[in-house]
Structures are given as C-alpha cells and as structure tokens.
Design a protein around this ligand. Sequence first.
Ligand code: FEO
Length: 169
Amino acid sequence: MISKELEKAFNEQITFEIYSEYIYLSMQAYCARMHLAGFTNWLDIQVKEERAHAMGLYNYVISRGGKVELGAIDAPKQDWNSVLEVFEDVLKHEQIVTSRINALADIADEVKDRAATSFLDWYISEQVEEENNASEILAKLRLIKEDANALLLLDKDLAARVFNPPVIG
Ligand code: FEO
C-alpha cells in the first residue's frame, strides 16, 4: 500500500506529465502552423511520450492500492517567435521535470518506500535522455541561426523520429 504522502506526490506528477503533454501539443501546433513537418513529428512523439510517462505513474498508483486523483491543468503557452525559442522552452521544461522527479524520489526515500524508489529509477534515467534530446536539437538550432536551408535539413532529420512505447518500471 502506498502512503498518503507519496500518493499525493505521485498524483501531482501524473498531472504534471499530462500538463507536459499539453505544452508539447501547443508547440506541435505552432510547428505545424510553420509548415515544419519534421519538428511537428518530433513534438507529436513527445506528446505521446508524456502521456506514457503519466500512465506509468497512474498504473503504479493503482497497482499499489492507491487512488488516482487528477488535478487542474493550466493553459499552455500558445506562441513562440521561432523554433529556437520552442526548443529553449523544451529544455527548460525538461529541467523542471527532472527536478520534480528527483523531489518525488526524495519523498519515496523519506517514507522508506523501497518499491517506489526502485520504480522511479526508470524516470530518473529517462530524464537524462529527455534533457539530452532537447539539448542536442537546441545546440543545432543555435548553430543554424537564420540559415533556412540548414533548418529544413534538420526538419527532415526530425521527421524520422518514431514512437516506441516505453516499457516503464
Ligand atoms: Fe515526462 Fe519529458 O518528461
């Protein structure tokens, strides 16, 4: 059975992962509006990954005899001036997610819930990948600056990303 304190923290993170999904969906709409099909595809997969992250936590709460309670979600940002700005926001957002996952793991440690600590290791590793993915694209966008041809080549690369449903836990 999951403790009430940890259940509450898990529920807050489920809501935050769905909020992440919502943020990326808004970024996806912006890139679609810019006719950047590869960036749109990359963000579409990010949207699906965030839902998978939320469902991993959701299923875990249920498997531990807890109650899933979903919170309110704020409206996401709707506009950016460039895809560079979008990816600055992606990286900043993933850094926030990392700090939240670390805080969640701290609570699992404090209540001595070893099963939850072990389960959250997957999310801790996933955040290394999430930040790295965002950093790599951001670094390329900073090199590209105003070079439209280079931007279109990167867009073509990002069109190749495919969604592999993560196996969580
Ligand atoms: Fe669910 Fe992108 O972290």
